[in-house]
Design a protein around this ligand. Structure first.
Ligand code: CMC
Length: 398
């Protein structure tokens, strides 16, 4: 009886030690890893949803503040809630002197994405509550990060390059002031500000993309929000993710005119190179965010020959890529062109993606820590086995 019991116990332990592993495809292609209430990316590109609303509906109509409230708190705000939220966001649009001093030390040739992650880690160091995961503190921290991240990018850029501090103007809304500061104080028109704001809303959240997933992995260790967002900025910087909008404008400028498109694409494809601003892991037919941005480009094209030329190039690129590869354009092709028309330095395009997406990152951080399980997959080891350690003098004998 006793022996039998020991046998049974041993069996349970062994079974526990050797679970049935599930192998998922490389790159997590077509894998669902968890549930979220924040957003849904529709593979057909027709009904991509943020908190129940279509992303194109929000991109067309919502202000940055309204959409940020929705992403964070799960519903559109009432008038007094919006006022209160906007006030809070505005009041956080400043940087501590010690962070400004640190930004003065960074090299002017560095990519501005570094200023964001570096600056966030500094802000984390000065936050005595950084490890406090109570819900009110989490929301306060999220609003602080959303408000301050643009200033880190902008002042990292202006201080390191021109020794100039750009002061916020808290009488303006978030999007207009951010665009004004990026342009070194040059006030945008209402149309420019609204087009820019629309792009921030369209960038705000988008399922379990690489940078959001990075946020969730870091959050799942119960690390602090600053570290999680700094990690997400690192993931976004890559040209396969957020870095694509800068690459897209470089490509459009290189192509130069619609007549060069076909030749350019054919040459690139012959060399097995990617066309930036095309392709997506989920959208294989259409990226609905491009519809809203197309409307903005069309509006700008009414008065700008340059906007008209970009639109013609985009049309030709889309036609050619569909014909040759059956691959649709994505948001970064359009924001690449839009930000150029808004007279924004190209190194800023990916930071702008982060200035929008940070809202989603903070919401996903909160969702993850509120119902947490550490994200820790298993490896499939494919390296050597059975080697034994040899002292240095016995190794590498020739
Ligand atoms: N240009 C040329 N060929 C492409 C492109 C492209 N932009 N995108 C995909 N392909 C080809 C790819 O070479 C592959 O062909 P084959 O089967 O013959 O080897 C096939 O299409 C499948 O592509 P994939 O790279 O396996 O697809 P993925 O889901 O792993 O990658 C992607 C998605 C976005 C990384 C990829 O489409 C890409 O590198 N695009 C260019 C960069 C870009 O615009 N990124 C922004 C994405 S949208 C904003 C965001 O969320 O970051």
């Amino acid at each position: 009886m006793c022996g039998q019991k020991t046998e049974a116990k041993k069996e349970t332990k062994e079974t526990k030690a050797e679970p049935q592993y599930i192998r998922i495809p490389k790159g997590c292609v077509n894998v669902i890893v968890d549930t979220t209430k924040i957003s849904y990316v529709d593979p057909k590109g027709q009904i991509t949803i943020i908190r129940g609303y279509r992303i194109d509906d929000l991109g067309k109509h919502a202000s940055f503040e309204e959409a940020a409230y929705l992403v964070l708190f799960g519903r559109l705000p009432c008038e007094d809630e919006l006022k209160e939220f906007s006030k809070k966001l505005n009041s956080e649009r400043w940087l501590p002197v010690k962070v400004i001093d640190a930004l003065k030390q960074i090299p002017p040739f560095a990519h501005p994405m570094f200023y964001g992650s570096y600056g966030l880690l500094l802000l984390g160091m000065y936050d005595p509550d950084e490890g406090d995961l109570s819900i009110d503190k989490l929301y306060d921290r999220a609003i602080r990060i959303i408000a301050k991240l643009p200033l880190l990018f902008i002042n990292g850029w202006h201080l390191s390059r021109y020794g100039r501090l750009i002061e916020p103007d808290r009488s303006l809304n978030h999007a207009k002031d951010v665009l004004r500061m990026i342009r070194g104080g040059n006030m945008p028109t209402d149309t420019e500000a609204r087009a820019f704001e629309s792009s921030l809303v369209l960038y705000m959240d988008h399922g379990f993309n690489a940078s959001t997933f990075t946020t969730r992995v870091i959050a799942s260790t119960l690390s602090d929000m600053y570290s999680a967002i700094a990690g997400a900025i690192g993931a976004l910087k890559g040209p396969l993710h957020g870095g694509a909008n800068q690459k897209a404008i470089e490509m459009l400028l290189e192509i130069g005119s619609p007549e060069n498109v076909r030749w350019y694409v054919e040459e690139k494809l012959k060399r097995h190179e990617k066309i930036m601003g095309f392709g997506h892991r989920v959208y294989k037919l259409h990226d609905p965010r491009t519809d809203v941005l197309r409307e903005w480009l069309e509006k700008l094209a009414e008065t700008s020959g340059e906007a008209k030329k970009f639109l013609d190039m985009i049309n030709e690129l889309e036609k050619t890529m569909w014909e040759l590869k059956r691959i649709p354009s994505n948001i970064d092709l359009y924001t690449g062109a839009l930000y150029y028309l808004l007279k924004i330095p190209k190194e800023f395009y990916t930071p702008i993606f982060a200035i929008g997406r940070v809202v989603g990152w903070t919401a996903h951080y909160i969702e993850q820590v509120s119902n947490n399980k550490i994200i820790r997959p298993k490896e499939d080891y494919d390296g050597p086995r059975g080697l034994t350690y040899k002292p240095l003098e016995e190794r590498c004998k020739r």
